[in-house]
Design a protein around this ligand. Sequence first.
Ligand code: GLN
Length: 478
Amino acid sequence: MDIENLTINKIHQGLASKEFSALELAQAHLARIEKNDKGIFSFLTLAKEQALWQAKAVDKLLAQGSQVSLLAGVPCAVKDNMMVENVKCTAGSRMLENYVAPYDATTVKELKDAGAVILGKTNLDEFAMGSSTENSAFGPTKNPHDLKRVAGGSSGGSAAAVAANMAVFSLGSDTGGSIRLPSSFCGVVGLKPTYGAVSRYGLIAFASSFDQIGPLAKTVEDCQIVFDAIKGRDEKDSTSVNPKSQIPNPKFEIRNLKIGVPKEYFVEGTDPGVEKVIKAAIKKYEDMGTEIIQVSLPHTEYALACYYIIVPSEASANLARYDGVKYGHSEAKDAKRKEKNLLDVYLQSREKGFGAEVKRRIMLGTYALSAGYYDAYYLRAQKVRQLIKQDFDNAFGKVDVIFTPTSPTTAFRLGEKTDDPLTMYLADIFTVSVNLAGLPALSLPVGKAGNLPVGLQIIGRPFEEHKILEVGKKYHVA
Ligand code: GLN
């Protein structure tokens, strides 16, 4: 079995032709994780027993001659902010260090129902707040292309696990770039679906009007297969919808495509190596007969400021539930095992349970929402959010998809940005607008600058995931 080149379709064929069993596949991946993950640290928890049990169940079905789905027996990984029943779910935080998920997230249930084999839970920035996975309370994930560099964040573990062939695909979550940025840094394909396309039930909430779950995989085809398995309306998430337009258009022809390139994304500040690779990718699409049109997204310059007001505001509300009483880390008793008063329990549990970035976000958000400042910050940011969305609506009146770099740089060095939160936030400059507008976007590896991967971001109209996936597929064919 050639573990490095395995894709979902190859696994499906290999299982059907009995080239390998689902159990062998799971064991081979677990062995690879045990051997290779020490230096990378993409997994926080392995679900070995459950994985082997799931694999055996698939083998049993195959032995009975039953039809199995494409995902049956496929070894995958899940970001540690999504519930997998009876497996720890830490969100990368001391606060939930010993928390065991009591149920499956809807996406996880869908993967399990399809027969996918969940190997374990992947590392992330604490509560998904960050761009490098260095905010994980348990240590950073390293980039498999260069162990001195970050894997990107916050789904760094999910991206590194796929890049190092320790999982065939993984699930990540994207609030402001957390699927796309690590995909770009690690050279894998990552899809952030339209807000509402995938259920958020069982995802630990960060900023609820932004959060979306999506796949990271080695190929666009694999991303599409996983997306098709997890998308759609879920009664347990009232913001999820069942879009009509999710059926691939059989008449899709690349030469009829109009590609928008926003001038605001090609300004000073982007690494020249990255810009060269992105421009070469755009040229490749032009050579396929597409029309390249310059568009303008004039409010782009306000996107980061707007994001870093609204997201911490939502986070401060969502994280209020970690009070040291209901669940999670608790400082309810003092050294002499005496009960403390309630306020001390709240204060001390949150003081010890949360890391610095999470506290920073809670303070920022609480401030932006407080009486007297609400109008000046939160309300104004909501208005800017609307303008950013309108920019995209206008652009999509002229073009079918929009191309930008996923990130202004390739993977940076570990520790390079940890002392300065604002520099870290700048890594999100090309990804946050998509979340503010609720759009789908793909990060596609299109080359390298030096020895490090570069991702092209392909943004689509709401619920046009299939179009951006079709566009992405053409890159490798051409
Ligand atoms: N880096 C961004 C932030 O820290 C995005 C995080 C995410 O998408 N989860 O908020």
